[in-house]
Design a binder for this molecule. Structure first.
Ligand code: ADP
Length: 347
């Protein structure tokens, strides 16, 4: 399907995309996730043909389409600012692109009907877009992108302007729609939650490079670096120095820790790392041995429905958030053990 190979792009002599490669397969929703300014929109515009790349190729089914103009790529685009014509009807808005393509009236009407049905707006065809809610307008924009039957749909922060409750609802709907239509989609967002809800596969972009790619749960469970873990909103970092790479042993200010995951990483003794302690890995029961043991004080307890989150203050004023089944008294001194399977060792 879509394959992007080693794309480079500068903006005012500064490298913006530094060798990005990625692909989107049939029926797959791929989410391009990264902080603002990481180059996501620029990459999307290059794929769409709205901007030329400095180097690299954009391929469709194995053919280089880098020099194919926008309208011949048959890619649908939907932006945050969906720019509907306010004084035209829903049907006129959806049919606009088709009319520009010179499609005959009969087929145009059929395609508009089909696209509106896909987004559950069949009954709204004759309404003015100004009479619709934000969410409905967003669906009109989606119908407009779907009407020309694109072979790839690209969405750039499509829900950016809506409030959170509506976003959650529309995300679920969008996911259902994309899967039902089997149109491959490339979805750009800076919002981690949005990306995790919609993506079959995530591509994380940071400073113009792909820093990690994979299924949402794999990325979450195995962040490739401490930057990724921070960006995904994880907490509980503990800096340390690798003592024994093969054995996964790391010395920290709180004592020596062993992690099972360090074994998977190309680390050497003396490397400086960040241990990521997962909130569920804390054990309160006393354990024999010397590794993964530390002490702390319960500083806060937060009720979170299915469990409690405790804030533990350790030596050096380090604070960690852990999940526990039972609330603990504030100020309680704790002797703690941390499960080696719940520690990631990151650079
Ligand atoms: P993202 O979509 O990840 O927020 P963009 O691809 O929009 O990132 O842009 C990345 C950076 O490139 C911006 O922060 C900006 O500095 C620069 N840039 C690219 N194109 C333009 C432009 N046309 N005008 C101003 N800045 C631009």
């Amino acid at each position: 399907m879509l394959e992007v190979i080693d794309i480079h792009k500068d903006y005012e002599q500064t490298p913006l995309l530094k060798g990005v490669s990625m692909h989107v397969a049939q029926g797959e929703t791929v989410c391009l996730l990264g902080p603002s300014g990481s180059g996501k929109s620029t990459l999307l515009r290059i794929i769409a043909g709205l901007e030329p790349q400095k180097a690299g190729q954009v391929c469709w089914e194995g053919k280089d389409i880098s020099y194919v103009p926008v309208h011949k790529r048959c890619f649908g685009l939907m932006f945050q600012d969906y720019a509907l014509f306010p004084h035209r009807s829903v049907a006129e808005n959806v049919g606009f692109g088709l009319r520009m393509q010179g499609i005959g009236q009969e087929e145009l009407e059929q395609r508009v009907t089909e696209a509106l049905a896909q987004v559950d707006l069949a009954a709204f065809a004759q309404r003015r877009v100004t009479e619709l809610s934000g969410g409905e307008q967003q669906r009109v924009a989606l119908a407009r992108a779907l009407a020309p039957r694109p072979r790839l749909l690209m969405l750039d922060e499509p829900l950016g302007a809506l409030d959170r409750a509506l976003r959650t609802e529309l995300l679920q709907e969008l996911r259902r729609l994309l899967h039902a239509s089997q149109i491959p989609a490339l979805y750009v967002t800076h919002d981690q939650e949005e990306a995790f809800s919609i993506a079959d596969r995530l591509i994380l972009l940071h400073e113009g490079r792909v820093v990690q790619e994979g299924k949402p749960d794999d990325v979450y469970l195995h962040p490739a670096s401490s930057w990724v873990a921070h960006f995904l909103g994880m907490e509980n970092f503990l800096p340390g120095e690798v003592m024994d790479a093969a054995g996964g042993r790391v010395m920290t200010a709180l004592g020596e820790f062993v992690t099972t995951e360090a074994l998977c990483q190309p680390l050497a003794a003396g490397d400086l790392v960040q241990l990521l302690l997962r909130p569920g890995g804390l054990r309160l029961a006393p354990v024999d041995g010397e590794l993964n043991l530390f002490v702390g004080i319960v500083e806060d307890v937060l009720f979170q429905g299915a469990m409690y989150q405790i804030v533990v203050r350790c030596a050096g004023d380090r604070r960690f958030h852990f999940n526990v089944d039972q609330p603990l008294p504030l100020g309680k001194d704790l002797a703690l053990y941390f499960d080696p399977d719940s520690i990631s060792c990151l650079r």
